[in-house]
Write a protein that binds this ligand. Sequence first.
Ligand code: HEC
Ligand code: CU
Length: 360
Amino acid sequence: MTTKLHVATIGSSWCRAGRSASFALFTLLAPLLLTGCGGGLQSVLNPSGPQSEHISRLWWFMLVTCTIVFILVMILLFAAVVRGRKAFPDPNAPPEKETRESERRRGLVVAIATALTVAILFAFMVDSFFVGRGLTAELDRKQGINIEVTGHQWWWEVRYPDVDASSIFTTANEIHIPVGVPVTFSLKATDVIHSFWVPNLHGKKDLIPGKISTIWLQADKPGIYRGQCAEYCGHQHAHMALWIFAEPREQFDAWRRAQIQSAAAPATASAQRGQQVFLASACVMCHAINGTPAGSNFGPNLTHLASRKTIAAATLPNDRQHLAQWVDDSQQIKPGNRMPPNKFSPEDMQALLDYLQSLK
Ligand code: HEC
Ligand SMILES: [Cu+2]
């Protein structure tokens, strides 16, 4: 983004002659800029796992080959225009008779160009076939961990299954995974089709109501990767993002242990009052806080809300001010989302915020 703006600013300050050059440069660089210039948190060009490595290699192979072909075609076209002008200086004079020799030469050039085109397209096909095989072959290594992701309008429900029922937990929009471990995602949808896409780690995979699809990925570098719903799913489709936190195993295990716990009992008088406000209002119709009577899974599970960096599918930072705005009237922020406004007295609101922020 910043790079794009930067280039645009430079472009506009150039003189007229420089402008067409800067436009050409921009056109050449546009694909790179659109993908975030390779260093991005949400970029196909910054592969951080084996799958995305395959995909980005194929991408570069196609880009470089097509660029060379494009430049060659332009050079030949230019040469043909220049030569054509020289060949017919007088537009009214009849063209020279073609000799058999030059006709044969042209035929040969066309044949070579056709053969090259077929060879290049064939190379693309073979390479994308092997990339496709590489992406699915590793699925057979059914080790590692499983995560279930359900797409809702417009947020992601994330469930960590376990053979031990007491270790199962549910969170939302922020997915922690261990580095260097294959992670199998089971993808579901309850309303419309969504698509799970974390470009640094893998390609897209649709979430289709009534069907479970799986995608396998692995993060080789620790880091935070942004993902996004990649299938138009209604009004707030653009605000349906997610974060993947790829962490060293010990850090992941510590996070997991904390998430399994029920919510901490409110420690202060204000938080206690906040809990009562929560339990006495509509929140319990839609949200679960494990360890309290609130058990609905219509909306995101709030048991460890305060451990998340963002709320509302990566739309807002998770701080007191944004939490207050969200609870008061989330429709101002994310119009059409499935949470109604809530009107509280200032004291009740402060108590509720104290409680929500205590849910570490
Ligand atoms: C009719 C159902 C409903 C009610 C009632 C409701 N919510 Fe929600 N809430 C949702 C849904 C759905 C979302 C997800 C919205 C989105 O991101 O698109 C949500 C999101 C949230 C979030 C953000 C969670 C996250 O991790 O992104 C918080 C915090 C929250 N609600 C708190 C409350 C509180 C507090 C109340 C009661 C005062 C309440 N909600 C009442 C449905 C509801
Ligand atoms: Cu979606």
